[in-house]
Write a protein that binds this ligand. Structure first.
Ligand SMILES: O=C(O)CCC(=O)C(=O)O
Length: 310
């Protein structure tokens, strides 16, 4: 039973208590105390963990992947453009360009309503909220090099949580909101995102993904405040620590978004930016599992099933 089911089965008078407990847990999990939750849950599933480590070790390995994994561990980011499969990236690009060519039609049907600068373009590819495992977006996320780089960093086979296509557009003179402000991702304790730029990001006006490497992001690790404006950030960190990913279309990179303070999509003038994102966590998840995000199509290995929780 999930926590929300528990809450709805409880008499009305007791509901606020449970909600307060959940809120408290949510706050605690955002700090380093969340590692206690993680360790407790992990200790309850040691058999499953051993299996995932065995599966990770069955993946191919390469010296450049190990170097990438080390950089991810030490700095919280790594450029994987020269490592990933270019053909798979191009397949993602083709799907994405088709979506953008039908932008008006898709935007009208958009389900993700709150971010005015983001348009979710993949809703039509979902059945009951789930992507087919042979979808190019899923295939890109499942390539062995990526699983190995992330897995070696997490010391365990990662769990693929989601794949996403976002088109960011200028917000004119509106105040910055959501991911345009500096934040850490708190989906879990270890969260890594694999990105592909699907349009050229030539300068700041294209709204690059912008981050502060993990060592310099340390002062923000236990900050309860979730989204911060520049002045708050630069009161604690020198601006020279900031990295803007200015890179051509099809560049691909991994960022530990739980450790690297980041923001992006500050699009200026008439620019637009198209971005692929795959989100991975280190299992077991510290919050209740959301509904299945992937549905099996065609034969899948045990390892693939484990990564996608199928
Ligand atoms: O739009 C951006 O570049 C920021 C994306 C972001 O914050 C995220 O994926 O967590």
């Amino acid at each position: 039973m999930t926590m929300s089911e528990t809450a709805s089965a409880t008499p009305a008078a007791k509901k606020p208590k449970i909600n307060q407990f959940r809120r408290l847990l949510w706050h605690v999990n955002r700090t380093d105390l969340g590692w206690v939750t993680k360790a407790t849950l992990t200790s309850l599933q040691l058999g499953a963990r051993a299996k995932r480590i065995e599966m990770l070790n069955s993946l191919p390995a390469a010296p450049e992947w190990s170097t990438a994994s080390r950089q991810l561990n030490e700095q919280g980011y790594v450029d994987v453009s020269s490592i990933v499969d270019r053909g798979l990236a191009e397949a993602v690009l083709n799907v994405s360009q088709d979506k953008v060519s039908r932008l008006d039609e898709l935007a009208a049907k958009q389900q993700l309503g709150h971010k005015s600068f983001w348009v979710s373009l993949l809703d039509e590819d979902l059945i009951d909220g789930a992507f087919a495992t042979d979808h190019p977006f899923v295939r890109y996320a499942m390539q062995p090099a990526v699983l190995r780089i992330m897995g070696d960093f997490m010391h365990e086979l990662p769990q693929l949580s989601d794949v996403l296509l976002t088109l960011s557009r200028p917000t004119e003179n509106k105040p910055l909101t959501y991911s345009q402000l500096w934040h850490l991702d708190h989906d879990d304790k270890r969260v890594c995102k694999l990105f592909i730029y699907l349009t050229d990001v030539r300068d700041t006006a294209d709204g690059p993904l912008t981050f502060i490497p993990a060592p310099s992001s340390k002062p923000f690790r236990n900050t309860i405040k979730s989204h911060m404006a520049d002045d708050r950030v630069f009161a604690k960190v020198d601006r020279s620590a900031v990295k803007e990913i200015i890179a051509p279309k099809l560049s691909s990179f991994i960022v530990n978004t739980a450790r690297c303070l980041h923001m992006g999509s500050r699009i200026q003038s008439d620019r637009t930016r198209l971005l692929y994102t795959a989100t991975y966590i280190q299992p077991p998840r510290i919050y209740p599992e959301p509904p299945a995000r992937f549905r099996a199509v065609g034969p899948l290995s045990d390892l693939e099933r484990a990564v996608m929780r199928l």
